[in-house]
Write a protein that binds this ligand. Structure first.
Ligand code: ADP
Ligand code: MG
Length: 530
């Protein structure tokens, strides 16, 4: 009997050790991104394995590049990825929140509360918190452009490119609204329908939203063909405009001059026929898909096409074909025999433009006749760090708009919503008895990590600020939050610092799920073989 008790005791100790080690590892990850929360948060300089560097303020980006070994720490990395997929923004928030919840867990475990009880209570507390957030949220219509702009500006205010938010916010809003099927009823939008084209040179302020298409490769000029076209009729071909090759690596030995001459003539005739069929279809702009089997074009075909006055863009990526077709309303042609006028797309103008401040050329398609529900954003930046972060930030901003498409509610930012939810949870916990009451209170306190950290990062005194926030919320000022610019507590609704409800609710739910999952773990098993 004694042996048995001993065994059980040993088991318990092991469970506790594993749990503690998990908590410590995960908290280390949370602490690493903590300082980048909010508009006054710091940016991180990341050095990648290949020696390249990256500057970012986005939790998901920082964590995804971090070399994390401990499995529990990896769970937090995954957590921020889940938030990135679900809401797109709030990726730092979710990790900071998980860190605070883990802290709460440590305290509760020390009190002797069973981990399963904590896990259960936290999940229920999260549901309540989400309910409270829903109660205090304000409905917003997608037609209400000003509200959307405010939310997008809140999102951008914590980015490296915050000073460009005047320009980027409307671009984010318009690009997403441009692809929404029905502004009143749609609850889904696929951001893949927005093409972000990045071009180095100029500044972020030169970024533009293009109703149409931009291809990053300029028109082919070697053969002297046109570089701009009005009333364009666009064909997209997937076959090759070059002499056919044998299936295998054969060589044909030609010994006699006449035979060689014949081969060249045949080749010339073959290519000419192909080019003629394109011309016959009425096309004056030709996009050629990149081919890996053989040359998709050669000098001869480019020469013929130039003579026929056709603008040519070569090396179109296979992955872009679908987007291009939907945007221009054309159909890809897989064989020369199928080249018919109905496959063509039409645009008022196709021009080859030199990017200001850069050496790259792009081809712009504007005034598309039957435009699909797609948009293109041409992002500019003076160097690759700015450009990369601008791209990620714009994506986050678009995710904010997407969050509104999914759920048309918004709440106050700057820690206001979290404080209000915390206050209501505290009140609610008074009705509860036993462990639940304890756990709900600890959960409510953990939510305050958001205003606490925002204040800390803004150089304010966190304890004073959080106390002031609690007081104002208790007095009924639901929008009271942290005004980082002035270093005081103000009404966030008046300052238009708002954010999608989905970002906050998803952060609370996902963080709690991960923390509960961690509580339920009592052993770490290393699997030798898969
Ligand atoms: P995340 O990756 O979680 O989105 P951010 O660094 O973007 O992290 O910070 C988001 C937090 O900053 C949110 O709680 C938001 O309410 C707050 N916030 C954003 N802009 C402001 C602002 N102008 N004033 C106060 N708080 C802000
Ligand atoms: Mg953000």
């Amino acid at each position: 009997m004694a042996g048995r008790t001993g065994e059980r005791l040993q088991e318990r100790t092991k469970g506790r050790d594993v749990r503690t080690s998990n908590i410590v590892a995960a908290k280390a990850v949370a602490n690493a991104v903590r300082t980048s929360l909010g508009p006054r948060g710091m940016d991180k300089l990341l050095q990648l394995e290949n020696g390249e560097i990256l500057i970012s303020n986005d939790g998901a980006t920082i964590l995804s590049k971090m070399k994390v070994i401990h499995p529990a720490a990896k769970m937090l990395v995954d957590l921020s990825q889940s938030q990135d997929i679900e809401a797109g923004d709030g990726t730092t928030t979710v990790v900071v929140l998980a860190g605070a919840l883990l802290n709460a867990c440590s305290a509760l475990l020390a009190k002797g509360i069973h981990p399963m009880a904590i896990a259960g209570s936290f999940l229920r507390a999260a549901d309540k918190a989400v309910e409270f957030l829903q109660e205090i949220s304000k409905p917003v219509q997608l037609g209400d452009r000003d509200s959307l702009l405010s939310a997008v500006e809140t999102c951008l205010s914590s980015k490296v490119v915050a000073q460009n938010s005047d320009l980027l916010a409307p671009i984010a809003v318009d690009s997403v609204l441009g692809i929404v099927d029905d502004i009143d009823t749609s609850t889904f939008v696929d951001l893949n329908d927005i093409r972000l084209v990045t071009q180095m040179g100029g500044t972020v302020d030169d970024t533009e939203l293009i109703k149409g298409l931009v291809l990053t490769k300029g028109a082919t000029k070697t053969a002297g063909g046109p570089t701009s076209m009005k009333n364009a009729k666009i064909a997209l071909i997937q076959y090759c405009l070059s002499a056919p090759k044998t299936d295998m690596d054969n060589s044909v030995v030609v010994s006699d001059y006449a035979a060689m001459d014949r081969i060249l003539r045949e080749e010339r005739k073959y290519i000419l026929e192909q080019c003629k069929s394109i011309k016959k279809s009425g096309a004056n702009v030709l996009l050629i898909q990149k081919s890996i089997l053989r040359d998709a074009y050669n000098e001869l075909s480019l020469h013929f096409l130039a003579k026929m006055g056709i603008l040519v863009v070569t090396d179109v990526d296979r992955g872009d074909i679908e987007f291009i077709c939907r945007t221009l309303g054309c159909q890809p042609v897989a064989h020369a025999d199928q080249m018919t006028p109905d496959k063509l797309g039409e645009a008022e103008s196709v021009t080859d433009v030199l990017m200001e401040g850069g050496s790259a050329k792009v081809v712009k398609f504007t005034g598309v006749k039957n435009p699909g529900k797609t948009t293109t954003v041409l992002l500019r930046g003076s160097n690759e760090f700015v450009l990369g972060e601008a791209e990620r930030s714009l994506h986050d901003a678009q995710c904010v708009v997407r969050s509104f498409v999914k759920k048309r509610f918004m709440i106050a930012g700057g820690g206001a919503a979290e404080t209000e939810a915390s206050l209501r949870l505290h009140k609610y916990s008074q009705q509860l008895t036993g462990m639940d009451a304890y756990c709900f209170q600890a959960f409510a306190d953990a939510l305050e990590v958001i205003p606490y950290t925002l204040a800390e990062n803004a150089g304010m005194k966190p304890i004073e600020v959080v106390t002031e926030l609690r007081k104002q919320h208790a007095e009924g000022i639901k929008g009271a939050g942290i005004n980082v610019k002035k270093g005081m507590v103000s009404d966030m609704y008046e300052l238009n610092i708002v954010q999608p409800l989905l970002v906050s609710t998803s952060a609370i739910q996902l963080a709690t799920e991960t923390v509960s999952m961690m509580m339920k773990i009592d052993d770490l098993v290393v699997v030798a073989h898969n």
